[in-house]
Design a protein around this ligand. Structure first.
Ligand SMILES: [Zn+2]
Length: 187
């Protein structure tokens, strides 16, 4: 399980200081102009505290927005603030990066699985993501099994660990992989 420790930093230049790191203020601003709405996520610079706005919706017809969601915008719903802060699509559209450093930790039944155990059946391991932090698969395996990178690569190359994505790829959502236990001649 990749567990959430914090929210990613929003990386964009501050207009007031040299810092590039922002965090959400916890507030969402909604402006209505007749039937048209603007919705912003309010963020502030980690260094000087200057507040800036990330456009979530611009001049959208009030009818186009789900009513419940609109209520949550008005209420500064923490779950919506969290979701907007982590939204990679929003980040891309608004032209900023997300820094996921320090936002997650790996919680496992340590180790994931005893690789030396002689069970015959291949064993499925499910990795769950509590937040969409991009984490290199190799890093999950080394931490999860308590093994070195070469040892993990060796297990993948020999087919003992069967992955649905490359070992060097970054995962950001749940996936399942298969561990094939040691055959008797290796046990
Ligand atoms: Zn600043």
């Amino acid at each position: 399980m990749v567990s959430e420790v914090g929210l990613p930093a929003i990386v964009k230049a501050c207009v007031s200081c040299r810092s590039t790191r922002h965090r959400p203020t916890g507030k969402i601003r909604v402006n209505a102009n007749h039937k048209l709405l603007d919705v912003w996520l309010l963020i502030c610079c980690e260094l000087c505290g200057r507040t800036s706005k990330v456009p979530v919706h611009e001049r959208v017809n009030v009818r186009a927005l789900d009513h419940e969601r609109l209520v949550k915008f008005h209420d500064n719903d923490p779950a919506v603030v969290r979701q907007l802060t982590m939204d990679a699509t929003l980040a891309q559209r608004a032209g900023y990066q997300l820094d996921w450093t320090g936002t997650w930790r790996l919680d496992t039944d340590m180790p994931f699985y005893d690789l030396q155990r002689g069970d015959a059946a291949p064993h499925e391991v499910i990795v769950r993501f509590e937040l969409p932090a991009p984490v290199r698969v190799e890093k999950l395996l080394t931490a999860g099994f308590g093994l070195s990178r070469p040892a993990v690569r060796g297990l993948v190359d020999s087919g003992r660990i069967r992955l649905p994505l490359p070992v060097y790829a970054k995962a950001r959502e749940d996936f399942t992989f298969v561990v094939v236990t040691a055959s008797p001649e290796h046990a």
